[in-house]
Design a protein around this ligand. Structure first.
Ligand SMILES: *Cc1c(COP(=O)(O)O)cnc(C)c1O
Length: 355
């Protein structure tokens, strides 16, 4: 990385923290004092600044609002046992952000803006990192096209921003999952591997339909046969079958390669499981369930870390699991939290100090 650039800071007059309790805040509803902003104009990043978090004024013809050139990331910062701030694997998110940018015909963001900007913003707002167990500061970098022109073409100008949201434990009760066979999230050759805004808007109808049927989320399947599992809502999915942990591979470009997924694969193999990244058909899942070798099913992602799946509804049949008897997913959840909060040694160099 090149030397850190000095980013001008316009500090907030009075911190919103005064009189505020950071315990048990709901996800994504409260924001810290400051935000980072940068503009891409004439082929370069400029106007990089940190300023008070505030509403913005945007033109009704803003390109992003019409054609969806918009991408984002989700990262978390924690405090260790000595109240020192750390960020979990931010460089992996930086690389993924730029992969999303390229797929959406947007400019990449240099490390001096993304990484150094994030560091300086968090350093300034580090008092916003809650130090209660299972709490964190959620970091949301995002970029959108800003040309004021309603023609369908890549924008010439873009805005990159980072906002911060303190968040409490993301209690997710074990989920009931609808295996989706009508609607699809991603196809090979599409944008499924990118954290592009439209992927999430496009998934909401199917998710709402599943909720009407009493389920919490959908398990997406492949667009051709509706047979191979993809992802569970906005989480990667793992199946523990016998001594194997199986998760769909990334080569088809339909899966969002999660940083949690990567970390969980490492921890699983350290726990002595055989990790396989490959196509997994629902027929194989059903067979394993009938034979009694399907032990655990769970989702992984930054927001909830590990979410247990207690039921899979497929073609009218329910596969149910007694999550109280599980050992793998609860251990993963516990160890990941301990590493992040500095209660367990970080042997992989995942925790990057804010400096
Ligand atoms: C963000 C995301 C994930 C999880 O990625 P993490 O880096 O672990 O947070 C998985 N699937 C989808 C569709 C996502 O958007």
């Amino acid at each position: 990385m090149t030397a850190a650039i000095e980013i001008p800071i316009e500090p907030i007059a009075t911190s919103k923290l005064k009189g505020m309790n950071l315990e048990n805040l709901p996800f994504g509803k409260h924001f810290s004092d400051h935000m980072l902003e940068a503009d891409f104009i004439n082929g370069q990043w400029t106007n990089i600044s940190i300023k008070p978090y505030a509403p913005m004024s945007l033109s009704p013809s803003l390109a992003a609002l019409h054609y969806g050139q918009a991408i984002f990331e989700g990262i978390k910062a924690y405090k260790d046992q000595h109240s020192k701030p750390f960020i979990f694997r931010p460089y992996d998110n930086f690389l993924r952000f730029n992969a999303s940018a390229e797929r959406m015909q947007m400019p990449t963001v240099p490390a001096e803006v993304f990484m150094d900007g994030m560091m300086q913003l968090i350093k300034l707002d580090q008092d916003w990192i809650p130090s209660f167990p299972d709490h964190s500061l959620y970091i949301r970098p995002f970029m959108f096209s800003t040309d004021e022109m309603i023609g369908v073409r890549p924008s010439d100008t873009y805005k990159f921003m980072i906002i911060l949201s303190p968040t409490g434990p993301y209690y997710s009760a074990p989920m009931r999952i609808w295996v989706e066979e009508t609607y699809v999230r991603a196809v090979s050759g599409g944008v499924g591997y990118a954290k592009a805004a439209g992927n999430y808007g496009g998934a909401m109808y199917a998710t709402a339909q599943a909720k009407l049927k009493g389920f919490d989320q959908v398990l997406w399947t492949d667009p051709i046969e509706h047979k191979y599992v993809q992802e569970c809502g906005t989480m990667n999915v793992f199946f523990i079958i016998g001594n194997k942990a199986i998760t769909p591979g990334l080569e088809e470009g339909t899966i969002l390669g999660g940083v949690t997924r990567m970390s969980v694969m490492t921890l699983l193999s350290e726990m002595g499981l055989e990790v396989e990244e490959r196509n997994l058909g629902m027929d194989e899942v059903l067979k394993a369930h009938q034979e009694g070798s399907l032990r655990e099913v769970f989702g992984t992602g930054t927001a909830a870390t590990i979410s247990f799946i207690k039921e899979l509804c497929y073609k009218g049949d329910s596969l149910c699991f007694d999550t109280d008897k599980w050992t793998v997913a609860p251990t993963l959840k516990k160890n990941l939290a301990a590493i992040r909060e500095g209660r367990m040694p970080d042997t992989h160099g995942w925790m990057v100090p804010v400096s």
